[in-house]
Design a protein around this ligand. Structure first.
Ligand code: FES
Length: 149
């Protein structure tokens, strides 16, 4: 069987086909600064083929609840954004794992608070942990804290 050799540069259509991400979403990623293209002599966008891996990483990160802004910040920490090495992936994975653990803890607490509030509905600033956890507003001072922040 003959090996298929990918060209060094690929069109937005090929990138879309290889990643399953729509062309409009890829253009959006580019406007956000997550991926970069260059124009060929026909003024069509071309992407280096390693962008397939970058787009795949964006998809994984989005599926695990990260915003595009979070992802952009993480990508800025990569020493060499032209390629994502195994070491880059391990570093990203480790940071994302910690962030996921933090989100799980936060959501578990929120779920517990919500369970206490279901059927109550008071939304009291003094006692409702969902509306005013640990009386954070009271600790910030007196007066209409929600109106002034
Ligand atoms: S709604 Fe009553 S305690 Fe949260």
């Amino acid at each position: 069987m003959q090996e298929i050799i990918m060209p060094e540069w690929i069109s937005v259509g090929v990138l879309s086909e290889r990643t399953g991400v729509s062309v409009s979403a890829l253009h959006f990623y580019e406007r956000k600064g997550l991926i970069k293209s260059q124009r060929n002599t026909s003024n069509h966008r071309q992407y280096p083929k390693h962008v397939i891996r970058i787009v795949s990483l964006i998809q994984v990160a989005q599926r695990t609840g990260f915003s595009l802004e979070d992802i952009l910040l993480e990508f800025e920490g990569l020493p060499n954004r032209t390629r994502v090495s195994l070491e880059d992936w391990e570093a990203l994975g480790s940071r994302w794992q910690s962030e996921l653990d933090r989100k799980i803890t936060q959501l578990t607490e929120l779920k517990s608070m919500m369970a206490d509030c279901i059927g109550c509905g008071c939304l009291s600033l003094e006692k409702c942990q969902l509306l005013n956890p640990y009386d954070e507003l009271g600790n910030k001072g007196t007066g209409p804290r929600l109106m002034t922040e």
